[in-house]
Ligand binder design. Structure first.
Ligand SMILES: NC(=O)c1ccc[n+]([C@@H]2O[C@H](COP(=O)([O-])OP(=O)(O)OC[C@H]3O[C@@H](n4cnc5c(N)ncnc54)[C@H](O)[C@@H]3O)[C@@H](O)[C@H]2O)c1
Length: 352
């Protein structure tokens, strides 16, 4: 275990391990929350639940989210549909601007980078047409939606969230927030050989989370991650369902609940939750019968909770060692490297 001097957890303001007990969903009240891919699956669940608890939700989707927004409004909530293709930069720029206009306070509190698709069509591992004079360029649509789309949303959030400083009016209960909720997957953590683009994109979302949670506190932005296992939404195609026959799929409500915990509690920063099927287990992860008394079902587990302590402490030690090398080499080393740098254009040519 790392020594305290190597512990970057406090420096990056990561919040302590989550108390998975009851929480107050009313914390979402008054917040304006953009949900990409908000018209279906988890996004739809987030929109319904958060609007029911007083949030102003912006459903940003390429599919029609108008009927859902109307349904939420009829039930007394506040929701707006803004058509958006997350793979199109201008479409996202326009959507963020529209969201600001639709926000009662003219500010955005949270962005959920949720829109996603799975691989379909040609297989990454079996290229076709390579014998042609001009082999066809591969289509990386899953990367476009699940990674480029997420990067666009996050980049725009980096601009808009810090503007959420002073609300125009501040009725009781609302506290301004700056939250990015990324939707990864268990495929962010483990290999997923049959869905290469999906696995690569979700690993990249994990990389985005880990990079930003070390620095986003500087802008007062908190960032969290959900990593669902296979969950019963329209995303899972019949072929995927057939692979899961006899296994256990999770429920969208558990994902919505995990996301609501992170959204409602504005003290949570830098944490990641895995969501799977609801089960009863003992302390050693042994499955218990469903009717075991006095043991609650679990569907949400915290992951990557202490990796800052373990992995980043290594990095910190490594960098300290490199700094020590620099100190030992001193001004002599600095001068020597300077001369080599200035001579490089000539010496590199001579070496060719
Ligand atoms: N369902 C699962 O088993 C599962 C597991 C792990 C992670 N996830 C992730 O959760 C997120 C939500 O998935 P879901 O299960 O709710 O699926 P879903 O298919 O029900 O919802 C995805 C939404 O994204 C929208 N979308 C797709 N491409 C878009 C684009 N270019 N621009 C804007 N919107 C677009 C779709 O129209 C749809 O409304 C995805 O990122 C997915 O990868 C899902």
């Amino acid at each position: 275990m790392a020594k305290d001097r190597n512990n970057v957890v406090e420096a990056v303001r990561q919040s302590p391990p989550l108390d998975m007990g009851p929480y107050d969903p009313a914390g979402v009240s008054g917040k304006t929350i953009i949900i990409t891919g908000g018209a279906s699956g988890f996004g739809e669940g987030f929109a319904r639940n958060w609007a029911a608890h007083g949030a102003n939700v912006i459903i940003a989707d390429i599919s029609n989210g108008q009927p859902l927004a109307e349904e939420i409004r009829k039930a007394g909530g506040t929701a707006h549909y803004v058509r958006c293709d997350v793979t199109n930069w201008q479409s996202q720029v326009d959507m963020f601007r529209e969201a600001v206009k639709l926000s009662p306070r003219g500010t955005i509190d949270a962005v959920v980078c949720n829109a996603g698709i799975t691989d379909s069509g040609n297989s990454f591992t079996d290229p076709v047409g390579m014998d042609k004079e001009e082999p066809p360029k591969p289509v990386f649509k899953t990367i476009d939606v699940n990674l480029i789309g997420v990067m666009y949303s996050t980049h725009l959030a980096m601009h808009w969230l810090p503007l959420n400083e002073k609300p125009k009016n501040n009725p009781g209960g609302y506290s301004p927030d700056r939250h990015i909720l990324l939707i990864g997957s268990v495929a962010s953590l483990v290999p997923i050989p049959l869905l290469v683009q999906y696995g690569a994109s979700k690993h990249a979302v994990l990389g985005l989370f880990r990079s930003l949670r070390a620095t986003s506190f500087v802008k007062g932005i908190r960032i969290n991650l959900l990593c669902p296992y296979f969950i019963d939404t329209p995303l899972i195609p019949p072929a995927g369902r057939s692979l899961l026959l006899g296994g256990a799929m999770g429920k969208p409500n558990d994902v919505v609940d995990a996301g609501t915990r992170l959204m409602a509690d504005s003290t949570i920063h830098g944490r990641a939750l895995v969501i799977g099927p609801s089960v009863k287990i003992d302390d050693e992860w042994k499955l218990l019968p469903e009717d075991t008394p006095d043991i609650d079902n679990v569907a949400v587990w915290e992951v990557l909770g202490s990796d800052f302590i373990e992995v980043d402490a290594f990095t910190r030690r490594f960098v300290s060692m490199l700094n020590a090398v620099e100190r030992v080499r001193g001004w002599y080393g600095w001068g020597y490297d300077l001369v080599r740098m200035l001579a490089y254009p000539v010496t590199s040519r001579l070496r060719r």
